[in-house]
Design a protein around this ligand. Structure first.
Ligand SMILES: NC(=O)c1ccc[n+]([C@@H]2O[C@H](COP(=O)([O-])OP(=O)(O)OC[C@H]3O[C@@H](n4cnc5c(N)ncnc54)[C@H](O)[C@@H]3O)[C@@H](O)[C@H]2O)c1
Length: 339
């Protein structure tokens, strides 16, 4: 198993698989990350949690522990870290950009207070000194530049509460690392394209939505303008990046916050790819407040530090993703022929 080198390196030679607690598991990423990490570390070693209950069908092949956890309740969070003697905290629970702008107080509670609790637990519990919290392109703002190739280190100044919470997480995690040795690791994900769940609440969700709507024969009014480019990544690469950054030897990491980039898409590019398969599908562009958010974000990120320091390299190009989305969604939606 690829992870075994990491295990013997980091567990003082006892050879035990790491125990992982993932929060926010019922979301777009968590639903797929749980079985992915269970396959790597063993079903019982990956504890899934979320404020919601009910286990997604995707976990049937890799059943394991599930706990209801609201990350804004520090005592409950601590009880789980203690109960499972957690090695890695993968803190995914968050309120995304669109939803955060509609519910500021909820975003503050979940994204800020929840993250503070995760870092405090990583500091206080010797067993949980690893904390991974994904950041986002949203941690950049309209004044950050150059947008065509955003570096890792730059003036960020995000303008959404979601982006502000991500920048705060990056800075606070870096502080916990230098002050208390918490092994905080963080990637700035672009928008994630995936087929197992149709996401909502984010600014990059348009891409997945277009496939779902077209294949189900429904017209779509998308909330973005046609030609705004944003960096994107396929879920398979996002899962691999998560395992790779978790398992990277600490001495190889010269920073704790990394851009990770794959390809860039405009809504029109996705529409054209979808219409090539579903020629009768109609899509119109009715931008809402999320268009302003999209315009404040980078179009592409410079991820050479992730590539050099821990071997990041995406496997899926945009055409690969389009082909894979159609193949998998046709099966998921029980469709035998193109619309
Ligand atoms: N999906 C993307 O395109 C993307 C891009 C960049 C970064 N990220 C980051 O990756 C992480 C996971 O993203 P996602 O797309 O799966 O998000 P999502 O919105 O699909 O899922 C978030 C999950 O958090 C849970 N949650 C909300 N409040 C909670 C609380 N108080 N306690 C516990 N759980 C709670 C929700 O029930 C949900 O299952 C987030 O931190 C997000 O900021 C995602």
């Amino acid at each position: 198993m690829e992870g075994s080198q990491w295990v013997s390196d980091k567990r003082d030679g006892d050879g035990r698989m790491p125990r992982v607690l993932i929060t926010g598991c019922m979301g777009q990423i968590g639903v797929e990350l749980v079985p992915y990490l269970r396959q790597r570390y063993g079903n019982d070693n990956v504890v899934a949690s979320d404020i919601q209950t009910g286990q997604p069908a995707e976990w049937a092949q890799a059943p394991g522990p599930f706990e209801r956890l609201d990350v804004t309740r520090p005592q409950d969070y601590e009880a789980l870290v203690s109960k499972y003697r957690v090695d890695y905290l993968v803190h995914n629970a968050a309120i995304l950009s669109g939803t955060g702008e509609k519910n500021f107080e909820l975003a503050m509670r979940v994204n800020i207070r929840g993250l503070e609790t995760a870092l405090e637990l990583a500091r206080a519990h010797r067993c949980a000194r690893w904390c991974h919290a994904p950041s986002s392109i949203a941690a950049f703002g309209p004044e950050s530049g150059p947008k065509e190739l955003m570096p890792d280190v730059v003036a960020q100044r995000p303008t959404t509460i979601y982006g502000i919470s991500k920048l705060y997480a990056e800075a606070l995690g870096s502080y916990y690392r230098s002050k208390w040795g918490v092994d905080f690791r963080c990637m700035r994900f672009p928008g994630i394209v995936s087929w197992k769940q149709c996401p909502s609440g984010g600014t990059t969700d348009f891409s997945t939505e277009m496939f779902y709507y077209a294949l189900q024969g429904s017209a779509l009014k998308t909330f973005r303008a046609a030609d705004t480019r944003l960096p994107m990544m396929y879920m398979d690469d996002a899962l691999k990046a998560t395992a790779d950054i978790l398992e990277a030897p600490r001495e190889q990491l010269r920073q704790c916050v990394y851009n990770v980039n794959a390809f860039a898409l405009t809504p029109r590019m996705v529409e054209e790819a979808v219409r090539a398969q579903c020629p009768n599908w109609t899509c119109s562009y009715v931008p809402d407040f999320r268009q302003g958010i999209a315009e404040s974000w980078p179009q592409y990120m410079d991820d050479h530090n992730a590539r050099e320091q821990w071997g990041w390299s995406p496997r899926f190009t945009a055409p690969d993703v389009f082909a894979d989305m159609f193949k998998n969604l046709r099966v998921k939606l029980n469709l035998n022929v193109a619309h």
